[in-house]
Design a protein around this ligand. Structure first.
Ligand code: GLY
Length: 352
């Protein structure tokens, strides 16, 4: 099923027009405590004006079974049926959990995503991955369920902090590397201190999401071609898991930025990825993303996380690597020694 996406900074109008074309009885909004207060009243949607809002606690630590049960309960109390429509307004935590709640309530209601963070706009709100964290593991329980529509805008970016923008930008950088050298080098010119032109940025987001869509449409259930989107994520998820174990979670996007550097080093080593591009990427990430601190005593833990990752097969470390920008090798097996070498390079950069 191809997902409908609208790119429009007049989100309320876009939402009303999408809803007019979808058969549904009642609407229920799911938002977190921030977006319920700051974004939902600002949307300007006529259709949503009278819709009840289920407000959940903000933050990845609340993307759990308790919050999900609370949403299911409220959907029941509101009399939601299979023909009702959920509208998720928020970042990836809201679109992941809200999408999962909708996809499972009464065996599946439709839902529309209105992402408000850059990370959600370019990744979480598109492609049908929904779920919650469980048992200390990220996205451990979930289903593939395509949103009926996603409305992407850049008008909420002014509510985000620079680290939140940078976090989403790391996924855009990943998409650019999967696409072409031209887009990769274009994105390396970002100046996060300068004011954004929201319309130009919306075009950049659209280009980025189209790259993700290209892989999702080939392989919606993530059995092959979609693995390309794992670029940078084997190392990123291991960093995030180690950070969680230490009780100090790190931002996914920051882990992705450094994961891209480590895995681009592996791309260079195993598939002759050009060293000049590796250098350009490392320089960009080094000057914009705070590194996560590790020592060689952490290597065994990190390798263990990588071999137990959803992406691993037969207990081996698996990465998506590149020979050049735009040419991906989806399921490269990485030996622990090669991974340790990449982590050595990361630690050298971390100390600069
Ligand atoms: N975030 C990667 C994917 O949707 O497959």
């Amino acid at each position: 099923m191809t997902q409908g996406i609208t790119y429009n900074n007049r989100v309320g109008e876009a939402l009303d027009s999408v809803l007019a074309g979808i058969d549904h009885t009642r609407l229920v909004v799911i938002a977190d405590e921030n977006t319920a207060q700051l974004v939902v009243p600002r949307l300007g949607s006529t259709a949503l004006a009278q819709a009840p809002v289920i407000t959940i606690a903000a933050g990845e630590e609340n993307k759990n079974l308790d919050t999900l049960a609370q949403v299911w309960r409220q959907l029941g109390e509101l009399g939601a049926t299979r023909n009702s429509m959920v509208v998720n307004v928020g970042g990836g935590m809201v679109t992941d959990l809200g999408g999962f709640a909708a996809a499972t309530f009464k065996r599946g209601m439709g839902f529309i995503n209105c992402p408000t963070s850059l990370l959600a706009a370019v990744d979480a709100s598109v492609g049908g991955k929904t779920g919650i964290d469980f048992n200390g593991l990220k996205n451990e329980v979930g289903v593939f369920a395509m949103p009926r529509h996603t409305i992407i805008s850049s008008c909420f970016l002014d509510t985000l902090s620079t680290p939140e923008i940078k976090a989403g930008y790391a996924e855009m950088l990943k998409h650019a590397m999967l696409h072409s050298h031209e887009l990769f080098t274009q994105l390396l010119h970002a100046d996060f201190d300068a004011a954004f032109n929201t319309l130009e940025f919306l075009k950049l987001i659209e280009q980025s999401v189209a790259i993700k869509q290209h892989f999702v449409e080939q392989d919606p259930h993530d059995n092959g071609a979609r693995h390309a989107l794992n670029l940078g994520h084997t190392v990123a998820h291991a960093f995030e898991s180690l950070a969680l174990k230490r009780g100090k979670p790190i931002h996914h996007g920051y882990a992705v930025a450094w994961g891209l550097v480590a895995e681009t080093y592996l791309s260079h080593k195993l598939f002759s990825f050009p060293s000049a591009d590796l250098y350009a990427l490392a320089t960009f990430v080094l000057s914009n993303y705070r590194a996560f601190h590790i020592t060689c005593d952490d290597y065994d833990d990190l390798i263990a996380f990588m071999t137990h990752d959803k992406k691993s097969r037969n207990g081996e470390i698996n990465c998506a690597l590149l020979s050049i920008c735009g040419q991906v090798h989806c399921d490269a097996t990485i030996s622990p020694n090669h991974m340790k070498e990449a982590l050595d390079i990361y630690r050298d950069l971390m100390h600069i």
